[in-house]
Design a protein around this ligand. Structure first.
Ligand code: ADP
Ligand code: ZN
Ligand code: ZN
Length: 879
């Protein structure tokens, strides 16, 4: 840790640190969770906080601690004046990694809650909260041994020209001096300085003059640049200037500049402004007239971009009615969860913006979560436009460095609004007033790797600790959220006891109509001899738009529409040899790839099964649609947006800007085009095939279809010009398609709730999914069955206990059912077979506790047999 240059930050630490004294005794002990995700280390360990580090360590600090023979990164989760361990046995904290603790006491508690709820190690939860750049990197360094017996340690003030008595050679002497000056040096740096010293170094290590130490480093450092500032008052500078020889024109200019502009300025900027070299500045610094020092700067992903400042719009009546309850909740600093159900184009964003304004006026902070995919420049612009530099933006398209810097601004209290994807929910604010989750139904709010958390639940946890409001916004709320408002779709009555409060905005702003939707039956098209992927209706509509110079959005949902390779003679489909799934064709590289294990192989020329040459790729990729558009409408300008065209940094933004500037007629893409876009000249939306999601083995398939269609249809006619939508489908009668075309959320809800109730799925129960994987099936079956038996047993025991405690007047029934084990929908990935069991239960059952306990009984098997058990509480994906 660099302690110099820290003084400027002093006030900031104070506010982020806990009081160091508890009574009169200082907190000399810290409880630390170390960076080893294992059961044995899933608890805090006590360490001594050395005197000199005491001022820098708070709850949430990252530290380097000795653990066994190594130094590990850890998080301080507690501080105390006493320890149960004998003081002599405790080790000392070696390093503090940040000037400001990256987490705070509330987040540390949240990690504890996450580890219990999502059945993961506490360190895994803590690590999930910080940006990737802060994940530990360990480095071997060389240091001078503690007892440098042979050395007379008269500390030299700088590395060169020092005198040092040493019984060894002059070279050894120089090495010791070099290392001591730097306190620890990497082998690499050492060999840079003393290129031929390899054997000597080894000798010194063996002898014990030097030792190897492991230190914790960040993957990334704060960016530092050189700043220049005057070291004297303007008068004195001018005085100095007059004492210079008359040919020192450049130096005089610099002094004159600083006599008028005393603020620090980056060296590069100064050089450019005055056309002076670094040597000139150095000369003045050596005279003691200027000071040059390193300063941390923030990499700003939006540097140089101007955001037009916008003022609050006068609200429509329904916006006012939605904002009022949120506003009074903020006033009272009460914790409430609101579900804002507003149709596309109803003006939800303006409601968010005004709620945030109120929150900021109270001196509190706000987090806005949006799905990664809709974190478009347009969205960012709206927030930057209203709140300017108070906004930090966090999304995965930023470089690691940019993300790290945006995140540091939060800890340093430079910003009070964060807008970002899922993990922005962990923004280390200390005074949260509001969390907004836009498009709350999106599945990307669930993290699919451990910790398998849902940002919505984490947001509510955090908000409840801060007395903050949560606003969940969507045109198509998830069934789970809607059910929590206590409303059945048909009756309008609210339920006082319901955890969420429903706010509804049923109309678009300024009475703009929702677009007219046509359902096109693709089977009919085929019967009529149309083999194109465009129905006649959609074709005509596109033609019309080209004529009128209006724009079109085309959605091709690739999921489930994979571009697999099939033999037309025998029906053979090329599959991954390691995973039971078909390979996907990539036209650019003419290769076949597995989306699960990354295997890549050339496309086959003949069928591996029957030798036929009629083997070719199938399915409709975005590229094929683009080609066909070009054939049907010569000269048409198409922007294609899919994983292939948006992998490069900034490409997503560039494509959208081009479309907005009307440099294209059609925006064609995958789900990316469905969300959040607001372009005035888009009057036509076409869905190439609506049923691709409908047939996935997932109980949410109908819900996802409804949501996607409603969202993409919502892109049309949002401004002055009216919109029109074509949905092409093979199942025109399915209720999710029919209700989406009528913009009828309530009708969809009634149908879907009926289905869920019949089949016993959320919101009528909660789910947990346990997946087992192993290289051998018999082992897997044994483990799976024994797991299920134990889990059921655990339920029996806990139920008897709860029933014994229950009052005779309590009529609530608890529900718990385990299904399986059965083979997973994808039965094999990377040569490992997969089985799963599903737990259905109702709120009040401690399913996480039971799963933790059951899984613990398998620790031994997991370790010895390389069995993997993965637990997903409230899963979004059931594969
Ligand atoms: P949603 O997020 O609900 O789909 P938006 O927030 O994008 O809708 O709003 C749709 C359009 O209506 C935007 O162009 C927005 O600028 C405009 N708008 C929102 N509120 C108002 C208002 N009170 N007065 C005028 N225009 C508004
Ligand atoms: Zn074949
Ligand atoms: Zn594979």
């Amino acid at each position: 840790m660099a302690k110099d240059g820290a003084s400027g930050y002093a006030d900031l630490y104070e506010s982020s640190l806990l009081p160091l004294d508890e009574g009169n005794e200082p907190n000399v002990y810290a409880q630390v969770i170390v960076d080893v995700p294992a059961k044995q280390t899933n608890r805090p360990f006590d360490y001594v906080v050395p005197e000199e580090l005491r001022a820098w360590i708070g709850i949430g600090s990252r530290v380097g601690v000795p653990f066994g023979p190594r130094t590990l990164q850890g998080f301080v989760v507690g501080l105390s004046a006493k320890s149960d361990m004998a003081a002599g046995k405790l080790k000392k904290i070696e390093q503090v990694l940040d000037l400001v603790p990256p987490l705070n006491p509330e987040l540390v508690q949240l990690a504890d809650w996450m580890s219990r709820t999502y059945v993961c190690h506490e360190i895994t939860a803590l690590q999930a909260m910080i940006p990737g750049a802060l994940k530990a990197k360990y480095e071997k360094m060389i240091a001078v041994a503690d007892r440098p017996e042979r050395i007379d340690s008269r500390q030299p003030s700088d590395g060169e020209g020092q005198t040092m008595l040493f019984a060894g050679s002059a070279e050894e002497d120089a090495i010791v001096a070099f290392v001591r000056q730097k306190s620890a040096v990497s082998t690499e740096a050492m060999l840079n300085r003393f290129p031929d010293s390899g054997p000597l170094l080894k000798h010194m290590l063996e002898q014990g003059t030097l030792v190897e130490v492991q230190t914790v480093k960040d993957r990334l450092q704060a960016k530092r640049i050189l700043y220049v500032e005057p070291a004297a008052e303007a008068e004195a500078l001018l005085e100095h200037s007059r004492s210079l020889p008359s040919n020192a024109k450049r130096q005089m200019e610099v002094l004159a500049y600083f006599s008028e502009n005393p603020e620090p300025v980056p060296l590069s900027e100064l050089s450019e402004k005055l056309n002076v070299g670094a040597g000139t500045v150095k000369g003045l610094a050596e005279k003691g007239w200027l000071t040059v020092r390193e300063r941390e700067v923030f990499r700003d992903p939006y540097e140089g971009r101007k955001f037009d400042r916008t003022s609050p719009l006068p609200l429509t009546e329904q916006q006012r009615e939605a904002l009022d309850p949120i506003s009074s909740s903020l006033d009272k600093k009460e914790h409430n969860v609101f579900l804002l159900h507003g149709v596309t184009g109803s003006g939800k964003t303006e409601v968010y913006l005004q709620a945030i304004q109120q929150c900021l006026d109270q001196g509190r902070e706000a987090i806005v979560l949006v799905p990664e995919i809709s974190l478009t420049p347009q969205m960012v612009e709206r927030f930057k436009g209203r709140f300017g530099d108070a906004v930090a933006v966090m999304h995965s398209r930023l470089s690691q460095g940019e993300r790290y810097d945006e995140w540091r601004k939060i800890g340093l209290k430079r910003v009070s609004v964060v807008i970002g994807a899922r993990s922005a929910v962990f923004a280390p604010f200390a005074n949260l007033g509001l969390i907004i989750i836009d498009e709350e139904h999106e599945s990307s709010y669930k993290q699919e790797e451990s910790p398998k958390y849902h940002a919505r639940d984490v947001a509510i946890q955090r908000a409840s600790r801060h007395g903050a409001a949560v606003v969940l916004g969507s045109a198509t709320p998830s069934l789970e959220s809607f059910a929590r408002t206590g409303m059945r779709s048909s009756d309008g009555a609210g339920n006082e006891a319901a955890p969420y409060r429903l706010l509804t905005m049923a109309d678009r702003v300024e009475g703009r109509p929702l677009p007219a939707v046509h359902i096109v039956d693709l089977r009919e098209e085929l019967k009529e001899g149309n083999r194109s992927m465009f129905s006649r209706g959609l074709y005509k509509a596109i033609e019309e738009r080209l004529h009128k110079k209006e724009q079109t959005v085309l959605l091709l949902n690739r999921r489930g529409y994979s571009t697999f390779v099939m033999c037309r003679s025998c029906g053979f489909v090329v599959q991954c040899p390691h995973c039971d799934i078909s390979l996907t064709y990539h036209q650019v590289s003419r290769s076949m790839r597995c989306h699960y294990c990354g295997l890549s192989q050339p496309e086959p020329k003949t069928c591996p099964s029957c030798d036929s040459e009629h083997i070719r790729y199938f399915g409709t990729g975005t590229q094929r649609v683009e080609e066909e558009l070009g054939k049907l409408f010569p000269g048409i300008r198409v922007i294609r947006m899919d994983v292939d065209t948006t992998s490069e940094k900034g490409s997503h933004e560039r494509l959208l800007t081009r479309f907005r500037n009307k440099q294209a007629d059609v925006l064609l893409g995958t789900q990316m085009v469905a969300k959040g876009l607001d372009f005035p000249d888009v009057t036509l939306v076409g869905v190439i095939a609506a049923d691709t999601v409908l047939h996935l083995p997932d109980f949410r398939a109908a819900e996802k279809t409804f949501q996607l269609l409603t969202q993409v249809a919502g892109r049309a006619g949002r401004h002055k010009l009216p919109g029109e939508v074509f949905i092409q489908t093979y199942t025109p009668d399915h209720y999710s398609i029919v209700t989406a075309s009528g913009h009828d959320y309530k009708a969809f809800l009634d149908n879907e709730l009926e289905m869920r109730k019949m089949r016993g799925y959320p919101p009528y129960c909660e789910l947990a999914l346990v997946t087992f994987s192993h290289e051998q099936v018999p082992m897997l079956v044994r483990a799976g069955e024994s797991f299920v038996a134990r889990l059921k047993d655990s339920w029996q025991r806990s139920r008897h206990k709860t029933e014994a405690d229950r009052s005779p007047y309590d009529a609530s029934t608890s529900y718990f059912e385990v299904y399986g084990p059965v083979a997973s929908p994808i039965p094999r990935i990377k040569d490992r077979y997969r089985f799963q069991c599903m737990v259905k239960y109702r709120v009040g059952v401690d399913v996480s506790g039971m799963l933790t306990e059951t899984a613990a009984a398998f620790d031994e098997t997991v370790r010895q047999e390389k069995l993997l058990i993965s637990i997903d509480v409230n899963p979004q994906v059931l594969m």
